[in-house]
Design a protein. Structure first.
Length: 180
């Protein structure tokens, strides 16, 4: 289990990119961040989030999957200030990297969600189903799914963030701590 104190060591978006990325890395992330648009329904959903959620993202500023996904989290946090998103560099935190391996490999991004009082709620990563469908289609030489890939990936990540909010809102422990 990844201890909650990893959140205290993690960096906000800009600080992470400044410390671990090159100017070209930051430009790539910022380009995707500018391209991420939330629908009115997505923005409204994010506005219903009430439980503070600490989100630790194991990432690499150099990583294409991170470039194409992590800026989405920033858009979510802008729409839902209860989402506290921070980043750890995969290579600077080998213990975290080891803890968050997927299928025996060092993969990024991997996201760990924590409750407001530091309990791990969920893990998700490193690619969404839409991305895997496209990669599989490329691998087997068939046409990939049609549509806006960034919009599909954004929705899949939003589904996971919403699932975590549901877990937190329905938690008997948190209901006792925060009666409505």
């Amino acid at each position: 289990m990844l201890p909650f104190d990893s959140f205290a060591e993690a960096l906000p978006y800009d600080a992470f990119l400044t410390q671990f990325g090159t100017p070209a890395d930051k430009a790539a992330w910022d380009k995707v961040r500018a391209a991420v648009t939330l629908t009115p329904d997505q923005t409204a959903l994010l506005g219903t989030f009430v439980r503070t959620t600490h989100v630790v993202v194991l990432a690499g500023a150099w990583c294409g999957d991170c470039v194409n996904q992590c800026p989405i989290f920033e858009r979510f946090a802008e729409a839902a200030p209860v989402l506290k998103v921070r980043y750890l560099d995969r290579d600077a935190y080998p213990v975290v990297q080891e803890e968050l391996k997927i299928n025996g490999g060092n993969r990024v991004p991997v996201v760990v969600f924590y409750s407001e009082d530091g309990f791990e709620v969920a893990r998700y990563g490193e690619r969404t189903l839409a991305t895997y469908r496209r990669l599989l289609a490329d691998d087997i030489g068939r046409p990939g799914p049609a549509g806006d890939r960034l919009a599909a990936v954004t929705q899949e990540w939003l589904d996971e963030f919403e699932r975590v909010q549901c877990v937190l809102r329905l938690s008997p422990r948190l209901k006792r701590l925060h009666p409505a």
